[in-house]
Write a protein that binds this ligand. Structure first.
Ligand code: CTP
Ligand code: MG
Length: 562
């Protein structure tokens, strides 16, 4: 058997094995698979840290393999199962260069199987100067394997609407809901990242990490931002950070000679990322459209990842952003209403062109999310960061490489009872309406928003919008927002209040949040109406998963019983 390198793979058929490594081939890398699942942050694991460790482990046990069609599943299964037990196989398609490409993500039980199958892989060409190994491969045509050494077959999970959810589908599910609160939950459930999308995001990080591990010692690539904080939606960008792992430092008398590139030196970080960007473009398969944004406060490399069609941002040693993701995730975990509400407001902002995909003088999703969290603090649904810091345990202590204290309570179960019991049991509908009302009258001229204190503060700067960065309090997350854009947010919020209060509730194709999301102009003629059972199921599943928090006062519970 052998696996083949995946570069210009359509043109070449050389090699002896059936799977080819995907790779814009160049220098030979010493790819190592580390099977350790030790805590990669600090030794003490929190819920999100544990999940990240599990997802990273899952990614190390997985290979992304391009196949001719979903029908190659059996053949691929037979081939791969000779190397070990397979736990799952997931198929999806992407449109690349006008071709539909088929991929199967194969998850093995043990990392050694991946090791072994990779060692059998071959390269497409033998005349490349320095071939690169990669965990993205191509399964070329060959004899159908006869026997399978291991377990019984696993079913292929097929993700039909991979990434893309069109307006018709959203309209369909929303028009079938029975209340605005129900619509908000359904919107969240429809747009949230699927298991396959999360797997692929961690696999992308793993793919890069493999490459970097051939160049540098013990570097990790961690996803952060909306891919892991629970606020991610289909097709949201993938934020990645490259961080050194110091845990293996010993006290040997022999110390490696190294080039002194210090991560707290801005110029050196920029130069490092500049070099890395070139190498990524030249050598890592699947990476295209590389852009260097090195003058930003946090220098980043932007690139397109062809195998998943996702835009990615890679930064270096930016652990504060990872801890920020933990904080946002924690707030999302605290109350079942947080994530659906944030999703509805993020979608509203996108539809109203308050946010766009390109950076500029407008608000982006991260500060917008902080606006929602702050509003929920005012509603006494979420505690301030000050309280979370006050109740931090010894295992919660975190400090970044440049001395930023990111300590806060990570285990919400350890919050004192009076913070857990929420007097506010407003429905999502009320919360959405009141969010718009709150910010349409907020005095942005005088006050700034402070998640850390959980209250408004005197604005310390002359910028239009002041949102104190919760972890780095000297920074203003809303600094880039112009007065014009802030006024647009306020006026759109006022419009939303008006729309919600006056919308025609009898128009079944355009009611509730559909009126805010501007998706009523889809041709509804051929829409197959969902039956009510299906809609209730979605809400029921969501609520059941969060059952520890469900209040009997919540109005969606009526729908569950239908
Ligand atoms: N971040 C930060 N300070 C900022 C901007 C971003 O700490 N001024 C961190 C946050 O943890 C944020 C992450 O970087 O979640 C990624 O930023 P961004 O991609 O802009 O936001 P996301 O939350 O990922 O939202 P989106 O879905 O739009 O990508
Ligand atoms: Mg992001």
């Amino acid at each position: 058997f052998s696996l083949l390198s995946h570069c210009y793979y359509k043109k070449y058929t050389m090699g002896t094995g059936r799977l080819r490594l995907r790779g814009r081939t160049s220098m030979l890398l010493n790819v190592q698979y580390k099977s350790s699942t030790r805590s990669n942050f600090t030794g003490v694991q929190t819920t999100l840290e544990t999940e990240i460790i599990q997802r990273r482990d899952q990614a190390r046990r997985s290979l992304l393999i391009q196949v001719y069609s979903p029908k190659s599943h059996n053949d691929l299964y037979n081939y791969c199962s000779r190397f070990g037990d397979i736990l799952s196989m997931h198929h999806y398609q992407v449109n690349r260069n006008h071709y539909q490409e088929n991929y199967i993500l194969v998850e093995f039980k043990d990392v050694v199987s991946v090791d072994e199958i990779m060692s059998y892989a071959s390269f497409v060409r033998s005349d490349y100067i320095a071939p690169v190994k990669s965990s993205v491969l191509w399964f070329r045509k060959g004899q159908v394997a006869i026997s399978q050494k291991y377990q019984t077959k696993v079913a292929l999970t097929v993700e039909h609407g991979y990434i893309y959810v069109n307006d018709k589908k959203i309209l369909n599910v929303l028009s079938n809901a029975k209340s605005i609160s129900g619509q908000i939950i359904i919107l969240y459930e429809t747009l949230r990242l699927t298991d396959l999308e999360i797997r692929l995001r961690f696999h992308t990080a793993q793919h890069l990490e493999q490459y970097f591990s051939g160049l540098f010692h013990n570097m990790r690539v961690l996803p952060f931002g909306s891919s892991i904080n629970g606020f991610g939606r289909r097709k949201c960008d993938l934020d990645l950070v490259l961080v050194p792992n110091y845990s293996q430092e010993g006290n040997s008398r022999l110390v490696f000679h190294s080039k002194p590139i210090r991560h707290n030196d801005r110029t050196e970080t920029k130069e490092f990322l500049g070099v890395l960007a070139n190498a990524m473009y030249q050598f890592i398969p699947g990476i295209s459209n590389v852009r260097r944004i090195l003058e930003a406060r946090v220098p980043i490399i932007k690139f397109h990842y062809d195998y998943t069609q996702i835009e990615c941002d890679l930064s270096a040693t930016n652990m504060t952003a990872v801890y920020m993701s933990e904080l946002l995730n924690l707030y999302g975990e605290m109350d079942w209403r947080v994530r659906p509400l944030v999703t509805a407001i993020r979608v509203w902002a996108k539809r109203q062109e308050i946010t766009t995909d390109v950076p500029g003088q407008w608000i982006t999703n991260f500060p917008l999310t902080l606006l929602v969290l702050f509003y929920l603090q005012q509603k006494e649904i979420l505690p301030s960061l000050k309280i979370l810091k006050l109740h931090a345990a010894r295992g919660d202590v975190r400090c970044t490489e440049n001395g930023i204290d990111c300590t806060f309570l990570r285990d919400i179960n350890k919050l004192p009872a009076d913070f857990k019991y929420k007097l506010n049991q407003d429905s999502l509908e009320t919360l959405l309406h009141d969010f718009f009302e709150y910010y349409s009258t907020f005095n942005f001229d005088i006050y700034g928003i402070c998640i850390r204190e959980g209250r408004q503060i005197q604005k310390p700067s002359h910028t239009a919008l002041h949102i104190t960065n919760p972890l780095e309090t000297t920074l203003n997350v809303g600094k880039n927002v112009s007065f014009y854009e802030l006024n647009r947010i306020i006026s759109k919020a006022q419009d939303a209040v008006h729309t919600l209060e006056t919308a025609d509730k009898t128009n079944e194709d355009n009611w509730g949040i559909m009126t805010l999301l501007k998706i009523n102009n889809v041709n509804t003629k051929n829409l197959k109406k969902l039956n009510n059972t299906k809609e209730s199921e979605t809400i029921k599943n969501y609520l059941e998963n969060r059952s520890y928090e469900i209040s009997d006062k919540f109005d969606v519970s009526e729908e569950n019983t239908n």
